[in-house]
Write a new protein. Structure first.
Length: 310
């Protein structure tokens, strides 16, 4: 008979704060979970200033503090918080981490790209789907991850993120054709100069995680509200992704917010996310990918369960 422990994982990203409070059993299976997501936009303005702004830090600290309190009230015995691209590159990262740690009363680790990739991969595969390759399009960067050996990963982190590219290339709503062209030229140039030797094997399935992927899947399904059970395992074709990128780019944000399934909080950055995914699947010759709503916070929760408190 297996037992379980309650743990929590906190994914502090450039766009979102994602929280998972979960019961994990002795076989590293999730028995029950509470998932929360907040569009705190910690990286707002980062691409131009190189810093985390006071306003972004204040709202993130407030939400993180309340989320940590909730996890404790629910009985989480151990909590792990990992920060990604935004706090890897911000010039005031140390000050920002100190403020977040004080608000949440817990330690926060700035994950290296390799550590982030490992936790994304273990989290994405925790639902039982077999995948040799995982793509995570985030707010500040995109991770390509391939499993190797027994529990190891190889990874490549690309400087392509939904938030940073939205701020860098879009001044109009909807984006002008020139802005879309400049965005795609930039993505293609970045892919051309990047080391893309890390390629998916033709015979192994590819898994896509992160808000950019799950938003397209939810819109493709026409869901009236976010349903992870329907999104998990959904197959997205490259043609669908390209069609959604063009559709999202063709309407103003008010119309995007009306699209069934598309998270209203992601309407502003959805266009850049869709084009990153579209160009990437084309360059890597990925014809379809399986969508997963799991990722970094799940990997952090598994790590917390593997090293129980006390």
């Amino acid at each position: 008979m297996t037992s379980s422990q309650r743990v929590a994982g906190f994914d502090i990203g450039t766009n979102s704060l994602r929280v998972l409070v979960a019961d994990v059993d002795d076989l590293s299976r999730f028995v029950s979970t509470l998932r929360l997501g907040f569009a705190v936009r910690l990286g707002e303005g980062l691409s131009s200033s190189g810093r985390v702004s006071e306003a972004a830090l204040e709202r993130t600290a407030r939400v993180l503090g309340k989320s940590a309190q909730l996890a404790r009230r629910l009985g989480a015995s151990r909590m792990l918080a990992g920060a990604t691209h935004v706090l890897r590159v911000a010039s005031n990262a140390n000050e920002a981490v100190a403020a977040l740690e004080e608000a949440a009363n817990m330690s926060i680790e700035i994950l290296s790209p390799q550590e982030e990739a490992y936790y994304i991969y273990t989290g994405a595969l925790s639902d039982g789907y077999q995948s040799g390759f995982v793509i995570d399009v985030g707010g500040g960067s995109t991770s390509l991850i391939r499993g190797v050996g027994a529990g190891g990963v190889e990874s490549n982190t690309l400087p392509l993120g939904c938030v940073t590219l939205t701020e860098q290339f879009f001044e109009h709503d909807p984006p002008s054709l020139d802005e879309i062209r400049a965005l795609c030229d930039h993505i293609n140039a970045e892919l051309a100069r990047s080391d893309l030797s890390l390629m998916p094997d033709a015979e192994n399935p590819v898994t896509g995680v992160g808000g950019a992927v799950t938003s397209i899947a939810a819109a493709s399904l026409g869901l009236p509200h976010f349903e992870s059970k329907r999104i998990d395992g959904h197959l997205l074709t490259r043609d669908e992704i390209e069609n959604w990128a063009e559709r999202l780019a063709g309407v103003p944000i008010e119309k995007r917010m009306e699209i069934a399934g598309l998270d209203r909080r992601r309407a502003q950055i959805a266009v850049a996310g869709a084009f990153i995914l579209s160009r990437l699947t084309c360059r890597l010759d990925i014809k379809r990918l399986t969508v997963s709503t799991r990722g970094l916070r799940y990997g952090l929760a598994l790590e917390a369960a593997a090293h129980p408190a006390g």
